[in-house]
Design a protein around this ligand. Sequence first.
Ligand code: ATP
Ligand code: MG
Ligand code: MG
Length: 543
Amino acid sequence: YPWIPETIQELSDTAAKEKEGASFDIQVRTKGPLVTRFPPEPSGFLHIGHAKAIVLNEYFAHREPGGKLICRFDDTNPSKESMEFHDAILHDLELLGIRPDTTSYSSDYFQQMYELAIKIIKDGNAFADDAELGKGDEDRKNRLPSKRRDLGIEETLRWFEEMKSGSDEGRRWCLRARIAYDSPNGTMRDPVIYRCNATPHHRTGSQWNIYPTYDFCAPILDSLEGVTLALRTNEYRDRNVQYAWFQNALGLRPVEIWDFSRMNFVRTVLSKRKLTRIVADGKVWGWDDPRMPTVRGMLRRGMTVEALREFMLVQGPSRNILNLEWGALWALNKKYTDPIAARFTAVAQDNAVHCRVIGADAPKEETVAEKPKHAKNMEVGMKKVWYKDTIVLEQADAQSVEINEEVTLMNWGNAIVREKKTGENGTVSDITFELHLEGDFKKTKKKLTWLAAIEKNLVPVTLYEFDLLITKDKLEKDDELEQVLTPVTEFKTIAYADCNVAELPKGSIIQFDRKGFFKLDDVSPPPPGSTGPVFYNIPTGRA
Ligand code: ATP
Ligand code: MG
Ligand code: MG
């Protein structure tokens, strides 16, 4: 293993140097095909931060033939985990188009890890501890040895068995690695490697009363499963030395670690605990709500897998602390949607104005024409545009025009405003347009969207726009969730859409002229209080 530092000390020194800001060569030292792993804990749905970890792991695993991506469910804490989350994560991976070469479970290795715990005890490298929770943490903070640090091998084995039996007495104990209680690196101060939990496990039921901690589990399973590059987020940076210590102490094959920075976005929480609260408190419709930074939420909102993937790869495994703007991601998304999104028309229903169209070219009866769905991409296909001598206009547009002004009716041609009736409150109730089809649309200031007033051409739809869930750019540790939640994040418009919209396949990404990009919802049940097909506004990164 040419990349492995000579000593653990060297690893420690490298970490210290990087902390001081010394530049770091981001080269992977392991040569040849790589085996990587994505280790989700089945305690929530996948979010955009996980997407970064997945995309990077997948990239390194499949960048040359012979590599392998393992999805290992890190299911060692039955209090937080469930089969529901497990299934949700598998589905999320599918949505992202990620096919792991192997799916495994930390829980498959409970027996093996138990045996390694016995080994580490017998080697004199672990001790049982019964310091009260909290009190024990004080010792670590103050770099003091636990009272039980010198507990012998036999006694430790006995207490470990007591823990395993699930007895009341056993439950008071934990198992600690005996590393260095006075280390400047907190993770080396005799970390807990086994703890008790009486909650039944979603896969192993009540078979076990003791569970390995992440610190113990990760270095063991990475080594046993043949991982050659362990990508971790750099909040684990200090743990790298500890990770290597366990592999060394247990005589396991060492594994190269590469840590990259956690991805964060402004005005967004990615903590599973907080996301769970937002869902449980009914601030959103569920984990797949389009406002949620989950994989499902984002795809439902109109993010494309292609854009997500490109974004993550451009970010790469850099170690800069990131608090990203959403705009960059949505702008990249537009690059994928704009060239292929079909264009349609929608008109807000609220106070919509029925207008008359007169002149020699005005249709005597309903007529229909075929028009391209996308002016610059004929491959998107054709749509029907209906014409009639009564058209429906949005109130705001109706208010904006002046008598004798020449405007352009989109997909039709120019027209001159001949009459306009405005009520006392400023609401427009009636307009008469005289068609002027020989007029130059390049010379008009206003391009208006309109719909022929024919029942089948006034399809009721619900358009949603959203605000971000959080008011603060960056959450601090002691911020109360209640205090930083945006009070209103859902803005709903009931609109009429043209007849073509009734036939759109669910999940379509389209553009409503002058309104922006939208995704036709493909999740049921529909959001509460919606009418007809539901569309979500897709940000384009301009705002
Ligand atoms: P916990 O804090 O409870 O461990 P987690 O957010 O790390 O939760 P996991 O399911 O353990 O969730 O994460 C699986 C993988 O995804 C881990 O390798 C983790 O480092 C990575 N990951 C999680 N959040 C982010 C993020 N914001 N940016 C990049 N990677 C992340
Ligand atoms: Mg984790
Ligand atoms: Mg977390």
